[in-house]
Design a protein around this ligand. Structure first.
Ligand SMILES: Nc1nc2c(c(=O)[nH]1)N[C@H]1C(S)=C(S)[C@@H](COP(=O)(O)O)O[C@H]1N2
Ligand SMILES: [Mo]
Length: 238
């Protein structure tokens, strides 16, 4: 049997995403109904599997010319901009845990000394806005290989300096455009955009791009996320 064409795969993906959208919309009005909630989250779990099955590890997210970069870049978080965590870059360390051979913590300088990649991509927030930006940093796949992570594990989880956390599938973690970003628009990652380290993952929606990362862990147990635990679709493909 012939594999589905890129076009029909895209239609399938849109349908998968639309299913996720229905579950989100309906979730708002159905807080009282437990059976409905669990049926809807079963649809969302199904949607995760559809998206994971359609995910092409080699297909790149669209990139844009520098002239399209939006300045100032919009801010978003689950709190106001004046409550953004203030992190001292000198004493900050990236902690590693789980299925990783070398869990020694990383300084910002050590991360900057690794080969860097950069991208101009569109960040899409589920709240109804999107913006093109430029980010650079260490490809997460290169980093996971360097520290001896188990690349057959299912999940990579990120914990942040605020109460935010999220997790992604390993195939997306190893995608070439998935970056541990240290710079935005050629400058040290601004405080409001996640200093000292954020995940830039252009194949996923904004809420799968954690800012102010403190810790990365690799494992096989589902860990969810801040918004995902409140009903946002876990795979969160864009
Ligand atoms: N630590 C942390 N990371 C986060 C969030 C947050 O509240 N805290 N919000 C997410 C959401 S919903 C979006 S749209 C983007 C916004 O990133 P920006 O401020 O750089 O535009 O950050 C994501 N990462
Ligand atoms: Mo968002």
């Amino acid at each position: 049997m012939k594999p589905p064409s890129t076009h029909s795969r895209r239609i399938l993906l849109k349908r998968g995403l639309a299913l996720g959208g229905v579950s989100l919309l309906a979730g708002c009005r159905a807080e009282e109904s437990r059976p409905l909630q669990s049926a809807l989250s079963a649809v969302s779990r199904f949607n995760d599997r559809v998206q994971a099955g359609l995910f092409d590890p080699l297909r790149l997210a669209p990139t844009y010319p520098d002239s399209m970069i939006q300045r100032p870049f919009p801010f978003n978080a689950y709190y106001r901009e004046d409550e953004v965590p203030a992190i001292d870059g000198g004493s900050w360390r990236l902690a590693l845990s789980g299925l990783i051979a070398d869990t020694a913590p990383w300084t910002r300088g050590a991360l900057l000394s690794l080969p860097q990649a950069s991208q101009v991509t569109r960040h899409i927030c589920i709240e109804g806005w999107s913006a093109i930006g430029q980010w650079s940093g260490v490809p997460l796949g290169d980093f996971l290989r360097r520290v001896g992570a188990d690349l057959n594990a299912k999940f990579v989880t990120f914990r942040c300096a605020d109460d935010y956390f999220t997790s992604i599938d390993m195939a997306s973690a190893l995608h070439p455009q998935t970056l541990l970003a240290l710079l935005q628009d050629g400058e040290v990652l601004p405080r409001r955009h996640g200093f000292p380290l954020k995940l830039r993952i252009p194949t996923k929606l904004g809420y799968k791009n954690p800012k102010h990362i403190l810790a990365v862990s690799v494992g096989n147990h589902y860990t969810g996320g801040y918004w995902e635990d409140q009903g946002y679709n876990w795979f969160g493909g864009s």
